[in-house]
Design a binder for this molecule. Structure first.
Ligand code: KE4
Length: 429
C-alpha cells in the first residue's frame, strides 16, 4: 500500500505536534512504521490520504458501534449546526439525553456531562471522596482510566504501550492515595481494605478490561467487589467509558448483572463527538455542584452539537436491541474463525472475547491480568499488525488494546478479515 502522503504529513506534523499526534497510541510506536493519516471514513472503512481503503476494527477506539459516518448521526449534527454551535447555557437536548441514560443504565439516577472519559473518571473519584470523606481509592494494574494524575499508576492502554505505566509528572503526594491490586484478585483487594480501613473512598475498575487488551472479569470478581464495597461503605465505580452502551444498552453492569454505585461513560455516548459523563445513585450525585459541595465544571459540557450526535446514537441503540445480538454474532463468528486458524497452524496464542470486544494475544498463557498480558511477544504482534495492514485490515496499533466491532461489518467483511488473518499468521510461523 502506497503511503507517501501519510508519511509527508507525519513529517510535517512532528514539527508542530508532540510525536506528530494528538494521542500517543496513534503514533504506531508499538508496531513500527509511520501512522496513516485518514481522509475519511464510511461504514467499516477508513480511507487514508493516499486513497487506500481498510476494513477497520478500532471504531475510533470504541465510539463507532454503528460504523462510520452513519446517516442518522450525520444528519442530526448538520441540523443542530443550523442553530449555532455552543451556548454555554442549558438546552432541552441535555435533559433528553440525561433522562434516556437514566432509563438505559441501571446504576444511573442522575448524570453529569463532561467532554472526555478522563474528565468523567477524575470527577467521579472526586465526588466519591467528597461523599465518603475518605482520600484513598483502589485501581487495578493494567486498567486505564484516562490521563488524570491519580490514574497514571500501573496504567494500561497507551501508558502501557509506551512503557510508562507510571508517568513522570505525577507527584508522590498524589500517588500515595492510589492503591493498586492485580485485576481479578479479590484477596489483594481485601488486604488493601484491611490495611487502609475507613480510608478507601472508592474502588474503580474496567468491568471488562480493554486497556491491557480484552480481559474478562473472573466469575465472582465483580460480585465480590460489590460485597466488599457494601461491607465497607466504599463507592464502587465501573469505568464503562469503553463497555458502556457496547456490551449491552446498559453496558457491562447490565450484561454481568452487577450494579455499581457510580459509573463513568464516554466514547459511544457522544456518537463520535467529544463527550464523557459520570453518574450514579441519587444520594451520591446530589453532592455535585451546584446541588452539592463537590465542584466540577466545563465550558463545553453538554455542547448542543455533541448532544445531538450522542442523543441520536443512544436513541438508536435503545430502540434497536437487535444491534447487540448482531454484534454478538459477528464477534463469535470472527473469534471462532481466528481460533480455528490458530489450531490449524499449531499456534498456541490466546484470544479473549466478549460481545463486540476481543483481543488476539501473542502469548501461550491465559491473559487474566497485567502480569499475564505482559508475557505477550509485542514484536510478533507488530509483524502481525503490519501484515494485516498490508492486507487491508486496520487493527489497533498496540497489543494492549481491545478491538471493537461495529454493525457495519457484513459476513463478507468477516470473511475478508479471516482470510487476511490466516495468510498473515501463516507468514509468521
Ligand atoms: P478519554 O479521555 O480518552 O476520552 O477516555 C479515557 C478512558 C477512560 N476509561 C477507559 C476505560 C478508557 O478506555 C479510556 C480511553 N481509551 C483509550 C483507548 N484504550 C483512548 C485511546 C487514546 O488514548 O487515544
Amino acid at each position: 500500500m502506497e503511503s507517501k502522503k501519510s508519511t509527508a504529513l507525519f513529517n510535517e506534523a512532528k514539527k508542530f505536534i508532540p510525536g506528530g499526534v494528538n494521542s500517543p497510541v496513534r503514533a504506531f510506536k508499538a508496531v513500527g512504521g509511520n501512522p496513516l493519516f485518514i481522509r475519511r471514513a464510511d461504514g467499516p472503512y477508513l480511507i487514508d490520504e493516499d486513497g487506500n481503503s481498510y476494513i477497520e476494527l478500532i471504531n475510533s477506539w470504541g465510539p463507532m458501534i454503528l460504523g462510520h459516518n452513519h446517516p442518522k448521526i450525520r444528519e442530526a449534527v448538520i441540523k443542530a449546526m443550523e442553530n449555532g454551535t455552543s451556548f454555554g447555557a442549558p438546552t432541552e437536548r441535555e435533559v433528553q439525553i440525561a433522562e434516556l441514560i437514566t432509563q438505559m443504565v441501571p446504576c444511573v439516577d442522575k448524570i453529569r456531562m463532561v467532554n472526555s472519559g478522563t474528565e468523567a473518571t477524575m470527577s467521579a473519584i472526586r465526588v466519591a471522596r467528597g461523599y465518603t470523606g475518605r482520600d484513598k481509592f483502589i485501581k487495578f494494574e493494567g486498567n486505564y482510566h484516562g490521563h488524570g494524575d491519580s490514574f497514571l499508576i500501573a496504567a494500561g492502554s497507551g501508558a502501557m504501550t509506551m512503557g510508562n505505566p507510571d508517568s513522570p509528572g505525577v507527584t508522590k503526594g498524589t500517588a500515595k492515595d492510589t492503591l493498586l491490586a492485580p485485576y481479578n484478585d479479590l484477596e489483594a483487594v481485601y488486604r488493601l481494605v484491611e490495611a487502609n480501613r475507613d480510608q478507601v473512598a472508592a474502588i474503580i475498575l474496567e468491568p471488562v478490561a480493554g486497556n491491557m487488551g480484552c480481559v474478562l472479569p473472573d466469575t465472582g470478581f465483580l460480585e465480590g467487589l460489590r460485597k466488599i464495597c457494601d461491607e465497607e461503605g466504599i463507592v464502587l465505580i465501573f469505568d464503562e467509558v469503553m463497555t458502556g452502551f457496547r456490551l449491552s444498552k446498559g453496558g457491562a453492569q447490565e450484561r454481568f448483572g452487577v450494579k455499581p454505585d457510580m459509573c463513568t461513560l464516554g466514547k459511544i455516548i457522544g456518537g463520535g463527538m467529544p463527550v464523557g459523563a459520570y453518574g450514579g445513585k441519587r444520594e451520591i450525585m446530589e453532592f455535585v455542584s451546584p446541588e452539592g459541595p463537590v465542584y466540577q465544571a466545563g465550558t463545553l459540557s453538554g455542547n448542543p452539537i455533541a448532544m445531538a450526535a450522542g442523543l441520536t446514537m443512544l436513541e438508536h441503540l435503545n430502540s434497536h436491541p437487535e444491534v447487540y445480538t448482531e454484534l454478538d454474532t459477528i464477534g463469535t463468528t470472527l473469534v471462532t474463525g481466528i481460533q480455528a486458524t490458530l489450531r490449524s497452524l499449531g499456534l498456541p496464542y490466546t484470544t479473549n472475547h466478549v460481545g463486540s470486544m476481543y483481543t488476539l494475544f501473542f502469548t501461550k498463557q491465559n491473559v487474566v491480568d497485567f502480569e499475564s498480558a505482559k508475557t505477550c511477544d509485542t514484536t510478533l504482534f507488530g509483524r502481525y499488525f503490519q501484515g494485516m495492514l498490508q492486507k487491508g485490515v486496520y487493527l489497533a496499533p498496540s497489543q494492549f488494546e481491545s478491538l471493537f466491532l461495529s454493525t457495519a461489518l457484513t459476513s463478507e467483511h468477516v470473511d475478508q478479515i479471516l482470510t487476511a488473518n490466516e495468510t498473515v499468521l501463516k507468514g509468521l510461523v
